[in-house]
Design a binder for this molecule. Structure first.
Ligand code: NAD
Length: 318
């Protein structure tokens, strides 16, 4: 099969490519990535003869020539990861988020609308559903869209565009919304790599607000396995919520990171290792995913052990 990935030099996309190329039924894989600051270099699959990098910006790639070119690739599947992904950046400067996440997704939909493909997987986030209180039930596919940050709003807009192409043009898309990922190769602006780098430098970890905000964390390899299940066996037109069944507060999370760090380095973290900083504007309190539907549809999908994933992650940044 022939696959086109967007954003495959980024954190999740690069793990997806690494995993899918382990299959021997992949003939060719193209990776459309403009190489932003968040992209990785020297990826393990770059020398695979089936892999081809296409340095293109999805925000500016709506040209008839592209359509002809992509038609000629005989693609079976497209999986769309490319995005501006950091909430804090979206608060400081939302324009890029509109360009890549909304216009970029629109451009892809227009390019592939009339191309004969089996499936288009649109990889999105649980942040589109907004924030939960302690008591509220987890997000499910019927949860209303209530994005609170410009990042979440741009992803929500892209989800809705994809949905509209499914309904209007019978475009064979699937939307997935996943919780917070962690693992190797995440750009060191995100919480877990920030913590590890601060520990390495014996600096204080900055913790927004009271540290009580809750996130559901999933190991990136588990997310990628879930996506491979969706790509191969997911039903066109459906939306899947993917989570780690692992809700923890930010303060609990950094305690676990410190424990993993101490264990791996055999070194005591004996300095004042965190400080509370002014809360993020519009900071969502809690995200949580009801994974029952996904687990029922993909009974062979298993989540790995959180502490083991965290240990591998900490190790990879040392
Ligand atoms: P990332 O920021 O690590 O990587 C994004 C990649 O997209 C980079 O390689 C970048 O160069 C590329 N890119 C950005 N703008 C582009 C453009 N205009 N044209 C072409 N390529 C461009 O992101 P990530 O954390 O790997 O997230 C991947 C996807 O998964 C995103 O759509 C994100 O919304 C979604 N998601 C992420 C998480 C998470 O915890 N990281 C959770 C749920 C969903």
């Amino acid at each position: 099969m022939n696959i086109l990935v967007t954003g495959g030099k980024g954190f999740i996309g690069s793990h997806f490519i690494e995993e899918i190329l382990k299959r021997n039924d992949i003939t060719k894989l193209w990776n459309v990535d403009s190489g932003t600051y968040a992209s990785n270099k020297n990826l393990p699959f770059e020398n695979d003869s089936r892999y081809q990098q296409l340095s293109m910006d999805i925000a500016t790639s709506y040209f008839p020539d592209h359509k002809k070119y992509f038609e000629s690739l005989n693609l079976d599947y497209i999986i769309h990861f490319a995005a501006e992904s950091h909430v804090d950046n979206s608060i400081k400067g939302p324009k890029k988020f509109i360009d890549t996440n909304i216009i970029g997704t629109f451009n892809l939909l227009e390019i592939f609308k009339d191309v004969n493909i089996k499936k288009f997987i649109h990889v999105s986030t649980d942040e589109v559903f907004g924030s939960l209180s302690y008591k509220e039930a987890e997000f499910n596919v019927d949860s209303p869209y209530r994005p609170n940050s410009p990042y979440a709003a741009s992803k929500a807009a892209s989800d809705l565009l994809v949905r509209s192409y499914v309904k209007t043009y019978k475009f064979p898309a699937i939307i997935t919304n996943c919780s917070n990922n962690f693992g190797q190769r995440q750009f060191p602006e995100k919480l877990i790599p920030v913590c590890i780098n601060k520990l390495k430098n014996k600096e204080k970890i900055p913790l927004y607000g009271t540290g009580e905000n809750i996130r559901d964390w999933i190991y990136v390899k588990d997310h990628v396995n879930a996506l491979i299940n969706v790509l191969l066996d997911g039903i066109v037109g459906k939306q899947y919520l993917i989570g780690g069944n692992n809700e923890i507060s930010n303060i609990q999370l950094i305690h676990s990171i410190v424990a993993a760090y101490e264990n791996i380095t055999n070194q005591k973290v004996d300095w004042e290792w965190f400080e509370y900083v002014t809360d993020r504007k519009g900071h969502d309190f809690r995200y949580a995913i009801d994974t029952k539907d996904f687990m029922m549809e993909f009974p062979n999908f298993k989540l790995s052990d959180f502490n083991e994933g965290l240990r591998k992650t900490v190790q990879s940044y040392l």
